[in-house]
Design a protein around this ligand. Sequence first.
Ligand code: ATP
Length: 599
Amino acid sequence: MEFKLIAEYFDRLEKISSRLQLTSLLSDLFHKTDPSLMDKVVYLIQGRLWPDFTGMPELGLGEKFLIKAISMASGVKEEEVEKTYKSVGDLGEVAMRLKSSSKTSSILTFLGGSQTFGSLDVLEVYNELVKIAESSGEGSRDIKIRIFAGLLKKASPLEAKYLVRFVEGRLRLGIGDATVLDALALTFGGSSDYRPIVERAYNLRADLGEIARVIAKEGIEKLKSVIPTPGIPIRPMLAERLSDPAEILDKVGGKALVDYKYDGERAQIHRNKDKVFIFSRRMENITDQYVDVVEYVTRYLKGDDFIVEGEIVPVDPESGEMRPFQELMHRRRKNDIHEAIREYPVNLYLFDLIYYGGKDYTVEPLPARRQKLEEIIAENDKVKIAEHMLTDSVDKLTEYFHQAISEGAEGVMVKSVGPNSVYQAGSRGWLWIKLKKDYQSEMADTVDLVIVGAFYGKGKRGGKFSSLLMAAYNPDKDVFETVCKVASGFSDQELDEMQSKISELKRSERHPRVVSEMVPDVWVTPALVAEIIGAEITISPLHTCCRETGKGGLSIRFPRFIRWRPDKSPEDATTTKEIMEMYSKQYKKVEEKQIDENI
Ligand code: ATP
């Protein structure tokens, strides 16, 4: 398969933003893709060489390297490349221009020949990029440049443009996972009716490339038999939120398993023979950060072929009592992992079992999953099943909620124990409902929003980024809609961190998946999530969140930054629908208060 085809499709995809058109064009490309290359083509579309969870190295070629490689490949002096870059502002474009006007091609044209370039093959490109990513240590810098220049030399101008953008991490295709899933259903099923089958498989084995390869090679039917596999993360099951204990119990059918809701880091723990993998809530491989947890799992959980889920919670080294979530951040900042483990020890509280000994437990009701979990665990001080009770009483639930908070938990998770209480990978549903302590504030809960733009400050903060344009995720459209501009709540250290984070992600034009009326000083690629609290949710003409409801957008009044949420990916941010629900509930609350006051 020629790489030319990919470059041509990238060029076309970049120019459209309608999700339907993107899906159909992508499906076109999938039709033309050799099934054995499907996984690689999907990774390339996602702008990566392999899924993040593999923990494999990234390409690691910065601007300077690229300028050198472009110069080597085009025969144009580095200073000249730099100059063109300054005026054009996009290295991909620079590579394309210089390739079209490079000496060899102009001589060939002059001699009456057509411009010929060596033809690049997708597999060859992929393998060379892998070599670049994998070369490390002394001399690797030169090796990386040489390999990349070799690729550029053979590339046509258009191919060069996309090779450079890929390596720079700046493909602007505007294609999220959801759109790839749509296109796979369309290509291999024939219609969007097949989307649930593809999505189910992806939820259980969150490797889009691998799912694409299975479907292309073995057909859509094969996807139906996909079950979780130790080593490949599962998209986590999420909880809905409510603030009234009676309503919660009612929603889950009158009787529930009530767990403490721990405030730590969610951990999906996989064991495959001798290997243990720990994946975060956003499915990143965090095994290396928790070598102590790896040891506990090997020692205290029976078997060598399972997937369990729990919360890693910082505890006081002296008393063993739970500590605030932020201590995990301190632990992460330490260079010496052994010192970190000593200073910031953790406990593991398990709350689910997803797979055991070849059997898919996601289809089993919660009581069966928990029973299995109890069978395989040797509980001790460090590893335990989440504190829990079974109840059908609103009073008991309320009492337990207060108890949980008094012991340092965030609240409770109320879980259905009915026959349909399966593990719903990748979805937020009413089988789990969270009751958290911060519902007492005016705005019922904090929200997690994605940074899509930044503004420079004035006065003391002059010249530095000091406020952020924040957006919620709209999964129906697979876009980010703005909600507020947040300028307060940052500590000095967080402000400093913000400068470098934004600089890495800034861009000159709006990201194609961002919907915004406001124009910030710099646009930012949606990647960072921050937790925000505010006074209330209000209607605002300035923002685009939930605008289609006709009232104007929804916004947060007096927003305040609470913390970064590195454990969340942009698609895990609060959804526009959730903001709408929070708005409606708040409205109801105000109305009830007014009625009370009038009586
Ligand atoms: P939040 O921002 O409130 O943490 P979230 O959006 O990260 O929520 P939710 O599904 O809304 O995710 O809340 C569930 C989170 O609570 C899980 O991701 C998990 O990390 C944590 N948690 C703590 N204790 C439990 C428990 N006993 N059962 C399930 N999840 C738990």
